[in-house]
Ligand binder design. Structure first.
Ligand code: SAM
Length: 473
């Protein structure tokens, strides 16, 4: 039997089944222990996070007053670490060729009727131009796992193409990568190609469920998948993004596993996950989410997000267009720091006039354009940010975390958010969005603490108005 050890490099020791079962038992026994719950909420106010055991007690607690306090605290922590900024990104699907048999994904090998498509470099260029013309600066590239059709060399070629395109005032300044678990050598190549975050969702932390849901293909190997982030870090990638595909297995189990994964990365590498994603399984081509009986209510989904914010306060949290505008509105307030906008989840989808559905990975629930999302965020009091400065300035991994944990990240993030929003407003926004945005920037400049910085930001904004691009602190 495996022993729980967060410092171990063996999947079943740092994500330990018995430890999770013990944790859930402890949570059940203590969920009505309001003294303990109050002490945990007090402890969380120190912004040092909570352990998976403590967090699981909060998740199990259903005392209305305490749950309201959890939401308030999540909102406060979000403000302390991330202010009112929301970073924008878009996914870019490169290829839906895949040799795996994932039961929840329409790209699975046995799906013979979905058209298979892999972008040529010329097509990548078209997609990137379309994304730049929307105003995007940050992408997450996505591909199925297929060593013949999508080898690492193909992914590297695509990254090179993406970074090379400068269309009008556009540029993609950060490429995050969401591809299957791979070798240290390949992670090193991705690092050398200048990627931002390496993202890999665990899907489920429960080994038995994992093996059932991934019956065939290389992804079947639970240990290889679960240990991928350690290999990525060994390959020199500083920023890794983890996540669970909620709705596949029991959410309380997944939540404990997710926090144990974060604790493991912190214990071994001295730096936790750069981001945590909270996707939920969606209807897609031959996939019916109702076949998975662990779906999660919107209410519990929001509570989970709030608790991730409380328990891992320094980590960015990502929500995609899998969620409706209503859920996105609620969850952003509780701790999400990054959202996608104007997304298309089909291979080659951006270059098409109409949203194509034939090669889609999942149904999108938020169909608004990027301009509509930016407009909506600003009306709700947020600053949409297109900033990519941290990673380009070498503020990655433990350097980023140290700055974030000390609260200092705000000093550059807030001005950078305003300057990149200004670029968006000048180059891409509709007249109404531009008007709202310019007013927002005027108001937000006043929230910059230091007069000297205020002056500098005003100067930079003027330069952007006059045509200079890519200014940042
Ligand atoms: N192929 C890579 C892998 O296996 O990790 C990553 C790319 S895959 C395109 C990105 C993610 O989409 C998967 O990790 C999974 O969590 C999610 N996904 C797959 N099918 C989905 C569905 N029906 N609804 C929502 N998300 C889904």
């Amino acid at each position: 039997m495996y022993q729980y050890n967060p410092k171990s490099m063996v999947a079943e020791e740092f994500i330990n089944h018995e430890e999770i079962l013990e944790t859930l038992k402890y949570a059940d026994e203590n969920k009505d222990n309001l003294e303990l719950v109050d002490s945990l909420l007090e402890k969380a106010k120190n912004l040092k996070g909570l352990t998976h055991r403590e967090a699981s007690v909060l998740l199990a607690c259903d005392d209305k007053e305490r749950v309201a306090k959890m939401y308030d605290l999540a909102e406060q922590i979000k403000k302390d670490f991330y202010g009112n900024r929301i970073v924008m990104f878009a996914p870019l699907y490169l290829s839906n060729y895949c040799v795996n048999g994932c039961l929840y994904c329409p790209y699975h090998l046995k799906n013979k009727h979905i058209p298979r498509k892999k972008l040529t470099q010329e097509e990548v260029k078209k997609e990137v131009i379309a994304l730049q013309d929307m105003g995007h600066k940050r992408l997450a590239i996505e591909a199925g796992e297929d060593p013949v059709n999508n080898p690492i060399e193909y992914i590297l070629d695509c990254i090179k193409t993406i970074y090379s395109i400068k269309h009008k005032n556009g540029a993609i300044r950060r490429v995050n990568v969401n591809i299957a678990a791979t070798t240290v050598e390949n992670y090193r190549k991705l690092k050398e190609a200048g990627i931002g975050t390496y993202i890999l969702f665990q899907e489920t932390y429960d080994k038995e469920a994992y093996e059932y849901l991934h019956p065939t293909g290389p992804k079947h190997n639970y240990a290889y998948h679960t240990e991928a982030m350690d290999r990525a870090m060994e390959g020199g990638i500083d920023d890794v993004g983890i996540g669970v595909l909620f709705g596949l297995d029991k959410y309380r189990y997944e939540f404990a596993g997710l926090l144990m994964h974060a604790e493991h990365l912190e214990a071994v590498h001295g730096v936790g996950p750069h981001t945590i994603s909270v996707p939920r399984v969606k209807r897609a081509d031959d996939i019916d989410p109702n076949e998975f009986d662990n779906s999660l209510s919107d209410e519990m989904f929001c509570k989970l997000a709030a608790l991730i914010r409380i328990c891992v306060p320094y980590t960015g949290m990502i929500i995609s267009t899998r969620e409706t505008p209503e859920v996105r509105e609620k969850i952003i307030r509780l701790g999400v720091s990054q959202i996608s906008g104007g997304s298309r989840t089909s291979v080659g989808g951006y270059a098409e006039e109409e949203r194509p559905h034939d090669t889609e990975q999942f149904d999108v629930s938020d169909n608004r354009t990027l301009d509509e999302v930016v407009n909506w965020l600003m009306k709700s009091g947020y600053i949409p940010s297109f900033c990519t400065a941290c990673y380009r300035e070498g503020r990655t991994g433990d350097r980023f975390m140290a700055l974030c944990k000390s609260g200092q990240i705000q000093n550059c993030c807030h001005p950078n958010a305003l300057m990149t929003l200004k670029e968006y407003l000048v180059d891409y926004a509709s007249p109404e969005t531009k008007r709202i945005g310019d007013e927002l920037i005027e108001r937000e400049i006043e929230n910059i603490g230091k007069d000297a910085i205020k002056g500098q930001v005003r100067e930079q904004l003027q330069k952007i108005e006059n045509g200079t691009r890519d200014l940042y602190f």
